[in-house]
Design a protein around this ligand. Sequence first.
Ligand SMILES: *[C@@H]1O[C@H](CO)[C@@H](O)[C@H](O)[C@H]1NC(C)=O
Ligand SMILES: *[C@@H]1O[C@H](CO)[C@@H](O)[C@H](O)[C@H]1NC(C)=O
Ligand SMILES: *[C@@H]1O[C@H](CO)[C@@H](O)[C@H](O)[C@H]1NC(C)=O
Ligand SMILES: *[C@@H]1O[C@H](CO)[C@@H](O)[C@H](O)[C@H]1NC(C)=O
Length: 173
Amino acid sequence: MARVTVLATAVVLAFLTAALVKEVAAKKWTVGDNKFWNPNINYTIWAQGKHFYLDDWLYFVYERNQYNVIEVNETNYISCNSNNPIANWSRGAGRDLVHLNETRHYYLISGNGGGCYGGMKLAVLVKKPPPPPAAAPSKIKNSASRTFTVSGLALQFVIPVAVFAAIGTMQLW
Ligand SMILES: *[C@@H]1O[C@H](CO)[C@@H](O)[C@H](O)[C@H]1NC(C)=O
Ligand SMILES: *[C@@H]1O[C@H](CO)[C@@H](O)[C@H](O)[C@H]1NC(C)=O
Ligand SMILES: *[C@@H]1O[C@H](CO)[C@@H](O)[C@H](O)[C@H]1NC(C)=O
Ligand SMILES: *[C@@H]1O[C@H](CO)[C@@H](O)[C@H](O)[C@H]1NC(C)=O
């Protein structure tokens, strides 16, 4: 009876922890950090050294009456031309989320009021998430999927927690 309880506790904890860690894994980047989406910021420098992975988000915060977030191709990114947009990510509130759901380059500019000429242009390369950490079980070593990374991380949390729960439950019995 006690053993069943321990097992059930461990399974439930495994699911809860996996869900929790998965949520944390996709990153939401606030573009420009505390300077947000504004002119006179070099977003090439902002993006330097950052790794953007599939299913991350870019969060643009800006003055909604002056700027916007328009996705263009590389040519139009270089020339600040927003007349042939690939996508208009502006929703009107000056708070826009761009879901990076494809592994490719994204070119985002502000097409309003010369924002792009003032430096409001961001290019990011979205990559596949890195392979799971070495500590993960060996049977998943062929996969680069973030789901498996999560499992690897989850185990690191779940095992100590499950042991702790098991000790607690056994004392009850
Ligand atoms: C932004 O920084 C990059 C990298 O240092 C540089 O190549 C580029 O010229 C800068 N852009 C502007 C508008 O200063
Ligand atoms: C971007 O789109 C323009 C048309 O707006 C086109 O002339 C140009 O070749 C495209 N550039 C790339 C890199 O696809
Ligand atoms: C982008 O979409 C928003 C919300 O639908 C709209 O208000 C805005 O005019 C659009 N901007 C462009 C440049 O199409
Ligand atoms: C990514 O999102 C865009 C815009 O929401 C959508 O048009 C596109 O089909 C999505 N791509 C994939 C691979 O799901």
